[in-house]
Design a protein. Structure first.
Length: 146
């Protein structure tokens, strides 16, 4: 599993001109699911993400988590995170999970984040053509791999 985590002031995802998910201060998660991933990889990420200390404390140090600042989370599926550009000019996506594997893990991740973190969790739609808008805060961008 490969997740790009962006600390944002706000973010939204739009599908067919309609906003599917929208958050204020929090985390935008671009989630790529590998063909060998299971719910175990998702569980590891779900435990870690809300507790990552990447929000500033009163001294300006990244020492607070999304849980501590009552941040929100926007989850967007992103199979292109497994695009391999080593050969040729067209990326290969053979390492990305097929829809029948990836979609249940993606939906599981959203549901479990909602239940376990207690934070507001919004999402895009698996497999949809989406437009993602964000105001990156910092900028702070991390890559989480499991």
């Amino acid at each position: 599993m490969r997740i790009v985590i962006q600390r944002v002031k706000r973010a939204s995802v739009t599908i067919d001109g309609k906003i599917s998910g929208k958050i204020e201060k929090g985390l935008l998660l671009l989630v790529g699911i590998h063909k060998s991933d299971t719910k175990a990889e998702a569980d590891w990420c779900i435990r870690k993400i809300p507790k990552l200390r990447i929000f500033e404390d009163s001294e300006g140090k990244m020492n607070r988590s999304a849980e501590e600042v009552e941040g929100e989370i926007l989850v967007v599926s992103q199979f292109t995170l497994y695009g391999d550009t080593k050969k040729g000019m067209r990326p290969s996506y053979i390492e990305a999970a097929r829809q029948d594997v990836a979609e249940p893990i993606y939906e599981y991740m959203i549901d479990k984040l909602k239940k376990d973190s207690g934070l507001t969790v919004e999402s895009g739609e698996f497999g949809a053509m989406m437009q993602v808008e964000l105001v990156n805060d910092g900028p702070v961008t991390l890559i989480l791999e499991r």
